[in-house]
Design a protein around this ligand. Structure first.
Ligand code: NAP
Length: 209
């Protein structure tokens, strides 16, 4: 088993990689630039330089699953949303299918299934997430879709919920999302499932039980 983490240098990605390294979980961090690599090598984490807008097939050689936590981010326009959040995700899914991987883990977004309900400025992003999730459900590779709410930089509480009706907020800390992703990596049998993710009261170890 080896997980290719796409978006590994991101705010969730880095936290997840650090947790996975502590547990000795086999991961490979896909990075865009060589200067990002020392942070990972300092923690004993294997990395590879590749870009979702380029040919990243080689980055996945020898990996058995993909965790997609990349995103074009709020600082770019709808063009990059299309090329990274949608096309990048589709190309990663195609790669997982072609390489007969065991699982594709998608970091999607809460309410991605209702893009036209999102605030107007967020609709292209929500549409990209919606379309990527729909295609992933049709892919040959077993999938797991996690849908975090609005991300915050709060410290990890280690407690989340997958039931939005049980809380009165729509937020989740990136640190808690990273803990949930580590839990997913520890459970290779967890697939063909989708979970909303919000800060909550359930210990992360029991979240997917
Ligand atoms: N913001 C929210 O409230 C929210 C809510 C729900 C879900 N999400 C999702 O959560 C995920 C991660 O969030 P985050 O806060 O960790 O995001 P982030 O810090 O912006 O990280 C995004 C990562 O994607 C990478 N990336 C961008 N373009 C790429 C490309 N062409 N090829 C390869 N990698 C590329 C970035 O690389 P560099 O480090 O090189 O820039 C970065 O490491 C995203 O999928 C996002 O859509 C966000």
């Amino acid at each position: 088993m080896k997980t290719l983490v796409i978006g590994a240098n991101g705010q969730i990605g880095q936290q997840l990689c650090a947790l996975a390294a502590e547990d000795g979980l086999p991961i490979r961090a896909m990075l865009r630039r060589a200067e990002q690599a020392p942070w990972f090598s300092d923690r004993g984490i294997e990395s590879v330089i590749a870009d979702l807008e380029g040919d990243f097939r080689q980055a996945a050689e020898g990996c058995t699953e993909i965790l997609f936590t990349a995103g074009s981010g709020p600082g770019t326009g709808a063009d990059k949303t299309l090329l990274i959040d949608l096309l990048g995700a589709i190309r990663a899914m195609d790669l997982a299918d072609a390489m007969a991987m065991r699982r594709f883990i998608m970091v999607s977004a809460l309410r991605a299934e209702e893009p036209m309900q999102a605030p107007e400025a967020l609709r292209p992003y929500a549409a990209a997430k919606y379309a990527a999730d729909r295609l992933l459900r049709l892919a040959r590779t077993p999938h797991l879709i996690l849908k975090p709410g609005k991300l915050t930089n709060e410290a990890a509480s280690g407690r989340l919920t997958t039931d939005p009706t049980s809380v009165s907020h729509i937020t989740v800390s990136r640190a808690n999302v990273a803990l949930a992703l580590r839990e997913v990596l520890l459970r290779p049998e967890l697939n063909q499932a989708e979970f909303d993710l919000l800060d909550g009261n359930t210990p992360v170890e029991q979240l997917f039980s």
